[in-house]
Ligand binder design. Structure first.
Ligand SMILES: NC(=O)c1ccc[n+]([C@@H]2O[C@H](COP(=O)([O-])OP(=O)(O)OC[C@H]3O[C@@H](n4cnc5c(N)ncnc54)[C@H](OP(=O)(O)O)[C@@H]3O)[C@@H](O)[C@H]2O)c1
Length: 298
């Protein structure tokens, strides 16, 4: 009988981990999901003890400090999860030939590129969150060739947890008007499509180094909000159409600076894993339908 391998998923309550759990692990793999209270990746001694016990063949690290604004006032806490946490996992994997699939972000870039960022492009984070994620990438990159995967993604959303799609659906239902930033361009990513790529990497035992992943195309937060409204109305999640007003970043001051442009070139992932091109609007439709099913089941 074929041997079953174990994949450990950290940060079990993340939207990404919940999407992984919803679609089964590839055949030949059993997945173990550990929430923060069972595995705090920032705690080196706990990481060693828990991983020695489970002895995974692969770790998928979805655990992260994702509060971009709060990272500015609490950078040490962001670093603990995003940099020290990644280092702790990488150290364990390095000693045992286990693979580590780690998730990073478009916020490692400064947004000045005139074209979609390629994996090898220079990084220059604008804020504490991006800096902590870049430090984590560097820890994973120290692994021997073939053992580490760094998967950068952007504007992640799903029917789970906190994200722009769910926030926007709430505002569009409650308010008479919503203003949304229109001068930051990037690409939304359904956590389901990212989960699909991860399972494919596992089932093929393939992938190493840096990859970019999003759902294809480019839009602004304003464009994203308009499409959420359009699909929300069509799915019956919204009753009335309110005005969505474009807003300049300069008129919406935040603690964290964000890249004005962060579309990423996902060509390497598409080619190596035979994935269809698709477009972010199609992927959004899958999540809007999932939210409509959740609402109907209430
Ligand atoms: N959300 C986005 O727009 C976005 C964009 C680009 C990249 N990413 C990356 O994609 C990955 C998944 O993001 P997501 O949005 O699915 O995450 P999420 O829903 O915000 O969840 C992150 C989870 O990690 C947990 N966590 C934080 N520190 C931890 C630690 N030290 N040990 C164990 N667990 C810890 C959190 O637990 P608590 O809630 O208890 O703290 C939370 O359950 C992350 O690497 C993130 O940086 C996200």
């Amino acid at each position: 009988m074929a041997m079953t391998r174990t994949v450990l998923v950290t940060g079990a309550a993340s939207q990404l981990a919940q999407c992984l759990e919803l679609s089964d692990a590839p055949s030949g793999w059993q997945a173990v999901y550990l929430p923060r209270d069972e595995l705090d990746i920032g705690d080196g001694a706990q990481v060693k003890a828990v991983l020695d016990e489970i002895s995974p063949d692969c770790i998928i690290n979805t655990a992260a400090w994702t509060a971009v604004e709060r990272a500015e006032s609490e950078p040490a806490r962001a670093r603990r999860s995003n940099a020290t946490g990644a280092a702790n996992l990488a150290r364990w994997c390095g000693g045992r030939q286990a693979r580590l699939i780690h998730v990073s972000t478009d916020f490692v870039f400064d947004g000045k590129s005139p074209k979609p960022y390629a994996p090898g492009d220079a990084t220059a984070p604008l804020g504490a969150y991006g800096a902590s994620k870049l430090a984590g990438e560097r820890e994973v990159a120290k692994l021997p060739p073939g053992q580490g995967v760094i998967l950068r993604t952007s504007w992640l959303y799903s029917e789970f947890g906190h994200n722009f799609v769910k926030t926007m659906l709430g505002l569009l239902a409650e308010r008479d008007e919503v203003a949304v930033v229109s001068d930051q361009t990037g690409c939304p990513t359904s956590a389901h499509s990212l989960a699909g790529l991860m399972w494919r990497m596992l089932s093929r035992q393939a992938g190493a180094g840096l990859y970019h992943w999003n759902d294809g195309g480019e839009t602004s937060w304003y464009g994203f909000a308009r499409e959420i409204q359009r699909q929300g109305l069509a799915a019956g999640l919204l009753r009335k159409e309110i005005r969505v007003r474009p807003l300049a970043t300069a008129d919406y001051p935040t603690a964290a600076r964000r890249p004005a442009y962060s579309a990423m070139d996902r060509g390497r992932a598409l080619r190596e894993f035979d994935l269809p091109e698709g477009d972010w609007r199609e992927a959004l439709n899958g999540v809007i339908r999932a939210i409509a099913r959740q609402e109907a089941a209430r």
